[in-house]
Design a protein around this ligand. Sequence first.
Ligand code: 4NP
Length: 165
Amino acid sequence: MKTVSICFVCLGNICRSPTAEGVMRRLVDEARLTERILIDSAGTGDWHIGQAPDERAQQAAGRRGYELAALRGRQIAAADFEHFDLLIAMDDKNVTALRQVSAPAYREKIRLLMEFVPDADMRWGGAREVADPYFGGAEGFEQVLDQCEAACRGLIAALRPQLLT
Ligand code: 4NP
C-alpha cells in the first residue's frame, strides 16, 4: 500500500503548522485516506518545544470543529528530511530556514503550502504565504484556517493519483 508522509512547518509550531495539521487530519479522515497520508508538524524555531498550540489558534480551530489541544510543539530535525516525503512550509522564511538545515538531496521535498491552492492568485490578495498571526488580531487566525482548508483540499487532490496503486 502506497503512503505519503507530510510535515507542515512554520516558525513556532504553535499557530500555523498545528492548524494545518489539525485541518489536514480531519480532511484526510473524511476522504478515508487516514492509513495513506501520514501527518505531522514542526517549527524551525525552538522557543515553543513541548507547548500546546496557542490558545487563540485552539479557540479559532475549535469553532470550526478541529481539535488541536493534544498537539505539542517540536523543532524540525535533520532526520525529518529523510523521514518525510514532503515538508510543507507556511512562508518563504520557513523555506529558507529549512533549506539551511537540509542536505541538498532533500531540497525538492520542501514546498510552500499555498502552492496547493488552485486559485491562489484570486484569493487573499494573491498571497503566496500563510502570514504569521502571532502578533496580530483574531482575523489573522481565521485567515490561517481559511488558507489551510483550501490548501489541504488541494493537497489531497494532488496526492490522490499517486495513492491509487
Ligand atoms: P507560528 O507562529 O510560526 O505560526 O507557530 C509563531 C509563534 C511564536 C512566535 C512566532 C510565530 N514567536 O515569536 O514566539
